[in-house]
Every structure is written in structure tokens, then in C-alpha cells.
Design a protein around this ligand. Structure first.
Ligand code: HEM
Length: 401
């Protein structure tokens, strides 16, 4: 075993330099963490251009979806949902149910003597997030495949005109998105709205109803939370387990540490292995960015591609050996321990405290069972969030049978 655990999700052909570049088709690629933060924090000079946001028709919605909304309305939306996601709130409200869910799922795995961790992690993250959002009508085992099916999309490249898709691919994309969304609406979202119209429950859907959101508005938010919250956390859990189970010193440290140190380990793992690989912004005003004695002006109308994997491994921000796991590493002032894995600025992920808490609750319980890896996961790449997908991680539980 080597002295340290190194980055596993290395995307073939992804360049690590230059730190800032502009291509002839007006696409900026940013790999410097400091410059990336300046772009993501240029609050009112950019709009969301990731997740095919620029292709989503918004005219039929009364409220812009949080992920693709910008400006003062977006600030207001964010401050309203913040109360569901503050660290103290998630700990008080959701830790008990998440722990019970983890115990139940692991109980079944122990009884079977084996489990596929990516399947278990999906059920777990769906059940926990569903509770926060209010999607509690159908069991997680039924809703999970409906959520995963959104991702079955033809390739997309948001840096190219028409996203690099032909008309036939757009037609396929529409069918592949609308059919699962229709199913999700009928089976999960509509029944949840009906119940909460009669009686509010203190979850995100109840809050959206109070704010006058229509069924269509709520559906779009549920798709966001479903994919942004559940699917990403699933990958993160599997990646953490993979690193920890193959690196005994790190595993021992995690097992014996208190919560603060365990969270430092999780933040370091997600810095190294960001689930979302690229963030995109369209500039609406010129943005001045600087690094050392260099400066650039990004003109309005250009697309900025923030390349998270190289930015999170930027020696200038996260110190030496950036591709190694080094929990508690000294980072430059102002840099988050997870670097840009949860974004930065106006769209920064509100779900980071929940993602860390639920991951920790599952991992502490799982690792206490001394699982063995029977099959390592294979790494695939998701086209929409440009992150890794880990599939087929089989664990056995010989020592507790
Ligand atoms: C490991 C797990 C997670 C990762 C890696 C992750 C990552 C991200 C990133 C990078 C963004 C920023 C997008 C941008 O700037 O364009 C984001 C936004 C968002 N995330 Fe997360 N996320 C995770 C978990 C969660 C959870 C558990 C929830 C909630 C249940 C959540 C809800 C959201 C929402 C609502 C947004 C949109 C915020 C906005 O645009 O204002 N995420 N997430």
C-alpha cells in the first residue's frame, strides 16, 4: 500500500494547463482556483450556462428555477431555502432519520452477506433528500429509478453552438427527458403537492406552495433537488468508501476521529474527487479577473468554463501534492476545504452540510462492519454534470455473519 491515496477519477484527455485561456470561439477555460472564484463571484455580471440552462424554455414558469435563476430574485430564493440546509438544522432535523435509514439498509446488506454499494447509496440518498424536499409519497426504491432515468441523455457539449447536438439528438433528448419527468410528476410530485396543499409539512415543497409556486414550478425544483442532491451524493459516498477501504491509515484515522476531523477527511476527498467536473457561466457584463501581475477582461457574451478538477488541484491554492489525500491541508485564506466541489458565489450548493452529514452517517456505520471489497467499481463519465459515475462496487461482510 502506498503512503497516500491519490486521485482516481482522472478524465482521459483533460488538460491541466494553461491556467486561463480563451479559444477562438469565445470560450474561456479557467483552471486557476483564484480566477475561478472571481468568475463565480461576479454575481450580477454572469448567468448560469451549465446543465443546458440556456436551452431550457422558461416562459411557461411563473418562478425561475433556482439553479438557472440569477440576480435579486435568485438571492431571495436562496435566502428562503437556506433555512432547510443550515448545518444546525440538518443535524437536528434529519440526522435521526438518516441514521435509521442507514441502519435499515445496512441490516439488509448484512443479512445478504453482500451488497452493491452504489445501489445502496442511491436508495439512501434518495430517501434522505426526499424527506427534506417532501417527496415522500412513493418508496425510495420506486422513485430512485425514475430519477436516474433523467440522465439517459444523448451527448451534449455546452461550449458548442447548438450544444453539439443534431436535430435528431435534440428530439431524442426531449423524449428522454420528458417521459421520465412526466412519470416523476405523476408518481411522486403531484401526490406530494396534493397532500401538502391540504396540510403543510415544513419541507421544501410546503415552502414553495406558500410562495405561490405552480405545479410546473414545483416539478422543476424537484428535478433540481433530485438530481443535484441525490445523484451527486451517491457518487461521493462510493468514492469515499473506495478510498477509505483501500488505504488502511486513512481508514483507521476516519474510524477513530471525532466528527470535525471526519468532516475534514470528507471535504478533502471531495476536493480531490469533485463530482461536478465543470461549471459554466455566460457573461452579461465585462469581468476583470487577475492573478499575480496578470489580468484579463472577459467581454460580455463569452462563455466561461470553470474546470473544477484542475482548479481543485491548483498548487497555488491547495499547496503541494494536490493529487494526494491530505486532510486538513493548509489552503490559501478564503479557500473552502472542499475547494470548488460545491461551487462558489451566487449558485454555491446549499446542500453541502446535508451531503457531508448523510455521507458521514452512512460511512461510519458501514465501516464499523469491516466490509471487504469483492469488486472495485468501474469509472464512467456523465455527460451533463461531467462527473464520474462509479458502478459495480461489491462489498462482503464476512466478519459480521
Ligand atoms: C456531494 C454532493 C453534492 C455535490 C458535489 C453538489 C454540487 C453542487 C454544485 C457544484 C452546485 C453549483 C452549481 C453551479 O454553480 O452552477 C450545486 C448547486 C445546488 N445544489 Fe448541490 N451538490 C451536492 C449535494 C446537494 C444536496 C444534498 C442538495 C439538496 C438536497 C443540493 C442542492 C443543490 C441546489 C438546490 C443547487 C442550486 C443552487 C443555486 O443554483 O442557487 N446539492 N451543487
Amino acid at each position: 500500500m502506498s503512503g497516500t491515496s491519490r486521485r482516481r477519477a482522472v478524465r482521459p484527455g483533460e488538460p491541466e494547463i494553461p491556467r486561463v485561456e480563451r479559444s477562438s470561439d469565445r470560450v474561456w477555460r479557467i483552471r486557476s482556483l483564484a480566477v475561478a472564484r472571481q468568475v463565480l463571484r461576479a454575481r450580477h455580471a454572469t448567468t448560469q450556462a451549465g446543465f443546458t440552462a440556456e436551452a431550457i424554455p422558461k416562459g411557461y414558469l411563473r418562478h425561475h428555477p433556482i439553479l438557472v435563476s440569477d440576480g435579486p430574485l435568485h438571492d431571495e430564493q436562496r435566502s428562503m431555502v437556506a433555512r432547510f440546509f443550515a448545518p444546525k438544522v440538518v443535524e437536528e432535523r434529519y440526522a435521526g432519520m438518516a441514521a435509521a435509514c442507514a441502519d435499515r439498509l445496512l441490516g439488509s446488506a448484512i443479512a445478504a452477506g453482500t451488497c452493491c454499494l452504489d445501489d445502496l447509496a442511491l436508495l439512501y440518498t434518495v430517501e434522505v433528500t426526499a424527506e427534506v424536499v417532501g417527496l415522500t409519497h412513493a418508496p425510495a426504491s420506486r422513485m430512485a429509478p425514475r430519477l436516474v432515468s433523467f440522465f439517459n441523455q444523448p451527448p451534449v457539449d455546452v461550449t458548442r453552438p447548438d450544444f453539439g447536438r443534431t436535430r435528431a439528438m435534440w428530439a431524442k433528448a426531449a423524449v428522454n427527458a420528458l417521459v421520465p419527468i412526466g412519470r416523476f410528476y405523476l408518481a411522486d410530485v403531484r401526490p406530494a403537492i396534493r397532500t401538502r396543499r391540504r396540510q403543510r409539512r415544513g419541507d421544501v415543497i410546503s415552502h414553495l406552495l406558500d410562495e405561490g409556486y405552480t405545479d410546473a414550478d414545483i416539478l422543476v425544483e424537484c428535478v433540481t433537488y433530485g438530481t443535484a442532491g441525490m445523484v451527486t451524493t451517491r457518487e461521493f459516498i462510493v468514492m469515499c468508501a473506495w478510498h477509505l477501504l483501500q488505504h488502511r491509515p486513512l481508514l483507521e484515522r476516519y474510524r477513530t476521529a471525532g466528527q470535525t476531523e471526519r468532516f475534514a477527511i470528507l471535504n478533502e476527498l471531495i476536493r480531490l474527487e469533485p463530482v461536478v467536473g465543470h461549471l459554466y457561466r455566460r457573461t452579461s457584463e465585462p469581468i476583470e479577473v487577475t492573478e499575480g501581475d496578470q489580468s484579463w477582461t472577459i467581454p460580455p457574451g463569452d462563455l466561461v468554463d470553470v474546470c473544477i478538477r484542475p482548479a481543485n488541484a491548483d498548487v497555488a491554492a491547495v499547496g503541494d501534492d494536490p493529487l494526494d489525500v491530505c486532510p486538513g491541508r493548509p489552503v490559501t485564506a478564503g479557500v473552502n476545504a472542499a475547494a470548488l466541489s460545491f461551487g462558489d458565489g451566487a449558485h454555491r450548493c446549499p446542500g453541502q452540510p446535508l451531503a457531508l452529514l448523510e455521507t458521514d452517517l452512512l460511512l461510519t456505520r458501514l465501516l464499523a462492519l469491516n466490509p471487504r471489497i469483492a469488486a472495485e467499481p468501474t469509472i464512467g463519465w456523465d455527460n451533463l454534470i461531467e462527473g464520474y459515475q462509479l458502478r459495480g462496487m461489491m462489498l462482503t461482510f464476512d466478519q459480521v455473519r
